[in-house]
Ligand binder design. Sequence first.
Ligand SMILES: [Zn+2]
Length: 149
Amino acid sequence: MIIYDLDCAAGHQFEGWFNRSEDYLEQEQNGLLSCPVCGSRQVKKLPTASYINTHAKPPQKVPDTAAKAPSEKQLATWNALEKLHDYVDQHFKDVGADFPEEARKIHYGEAEARNIRGSATREEAKALIEEGVEAIPLPVRPYPKNKLN
Ligand SMILES: [Zn+2]
């Protein structure tokens, strides 16, 4: 499961949940992504700074795509995001700025296979993904709930 921070032409930010990064690319290329707030199809992925490299899946069940309305469903999504962050905090070793190097070592069998998290620039992440190294963007923690009102 991959979660992307997305935003639309009007600046609404929301999360998109995809089984694989290819699913995101396919939906983006076919214009299937739309903003749950205004319906805009001009949706793009936001740059994110945190990535995880995982061979384990987060435990919670989540929908494939973002909820249609910013409602209880979105709240549930945000709660799931909180849980995801808690899960990552507990189960992923933070390697900080060494993430690209460590992820590469794990990929090539030069380091013990384990779950790691850390930071990478967009260029570093792109290079990793092009090499076939798993680097999944980790969305920022959700907004405080009082911003919903
Ligand atoms: Zn929008």
